[in-house]
Structure formats: structure tokens, C-alpha cells
Design a protein. Sequence first.
Length: 170
Amino acid sequence: MNIVNAKKLRLPADNAHIKDLSAGEIVLLSGTLYTARDQAHKRLAAAINDGKELPFPLGGAAIYYCGPTPAAEGQIIGSCGPTTSARMDAYTPLLLAGGLKVMIGKGVRSDAVTQAIKEHGAVYFSAIGGAAALYQSTVRKCELIAYPDLGCEAVYKLTVEDFPAVVTIV
């Protein structure tokens, strides 16, 4: 991965940042990412449908499809590689309609999600499976913010610096 010429993107993101991206570009993300996997997405969708407050603001938000493992002594976070994005496809259009702008994971997205990404001016980044140590090294802060009963699938707020990703759908 040639990150020398990578674009830098500050999170949370907005339409002005996203409209300048092209599929295939390498981007270094810095700022706030929220981790959320299948069960967290199910709860987020239920909260939206029930008119309840979410544990983080969706406007401009970035969700990393990841379930970090517990941190070893002296570490900020444990292993934090991407999971398969298609698991979240049933919930993604609803979150995009609520203002979600960035998703990071691995694998293909459904036609409905691809259309919703384009409709809402969002972006889907691919992360490399098997590169959990690389992603772990970009995390500067990790805070549990919601659904602690889900264990590694709970929602964490990560502060990252130069998290590498590839623009896949924009």
C-alpha cells in the first residue's frame, strides 16, 4: 500500500471532503471512528425506529465495522481488524438517512447499500483483513460508549491518526 501520496481526511466528514474522493484512492483517516458490528447495528436501528437517542451523533459520523479485543497491559486497544461489511447491510440505509457519512470494513456491499451511499453523499472504505496490528497502531484513544453487554461488539469511540483505507464506493 503506497501511503506516501495518500489523501488525508479528517473525521467527522462532510460532503465537501467526500465529493473529492475517487474509488481506488488510498486515504489516511484521522479523527473519530465508532466501532459497531452486527448486534450494535441492530440496536442502533431499533433506537432510530423507536425515536430514541443514539449513543453518538450520526451527522458526519464514521463507523468502523470492527469488534476490538481487550487491550493487553500497556496498550490502548487490542486487535482491531475489519469484519465483513455485508453483515450490516440490512441497517445501513437507515443509518445513512440519519446522517452517517463514512463506513469502513471489508468485502462487497449490496446494491441497496451502494445506491444509498450514492444517494446520501457518503463513502465506503475498504480496510485490509489480516492487518489488525497496523490498524491498532493508529489508535490514540479508545473509549467504550454503548452496549457493554455486547463485549467486543459494543460501541467504542476511537481516536485515530493516519488510519489507512481504500475508497471503494463513493
